[in-house]
Ligand binder design. Sequence first.
Ligand SMILES: [Zn+2]
Length: 211
Amino acid sequence: MRAPLSEITAYMEEILDTAHGFYAKNWCLATSGNFSARLSTGEILITASGKDKNRLSIRDFIAVDAEGKPTQERETLRPSAETLLHCRIYQVVPQAKAVFHSHSVYSTVLSQAYLKDGYLELSQYEMLKALEGILTHEVTVRIPILPNSQDMHQLAQEVEELLRNHKDLKAFLIANHGLYSWAGSLSTCRRQIEALEFLLECKYRGEIFDK
Ligand SMILES: [Zn+2]
């Protein structure tokens, strides 16, 4: 990694705090979830594949280029299996500095339930104001849902098309899988995932009253 050590250390510490916090909320159990930040060199610092997020440490990061290839060989580490999705988000959204991905129960269940629509909507919640650029609860935010796939090149292409067609997007869901969000800073990205996970739980629980 060619970025200043102070920058790398600061990003690692913020991601570690976020990952440990998300694990405690059951949003990235069983080595699921991944976290990345864009360094000032353009490299992407991302969590390594298969790491327990509760025990994630500074040894569990790897730097990759815009195509997801490690910029330094680390024999024992592979970048996250979903690295290409992070790469496409950074490529299409130049202001993105962080991409976080959670695997909660609510994002998993709701993304499958709404897959036939291709999206789900969150309306009139005060918590929507935690999303970057939203100033009122009087808004409807549409979260697109992509079908899940193990073909990361295909999924990355779908992510790229989605982002090119929806410039103001802040998040998307992958069906039966989880939630992706990105932002101009690591702290904003964390806030968005926390808000969206809260909102997805509200939507799931609120639907009981719609019936
Ligand atoms: Zn995932």
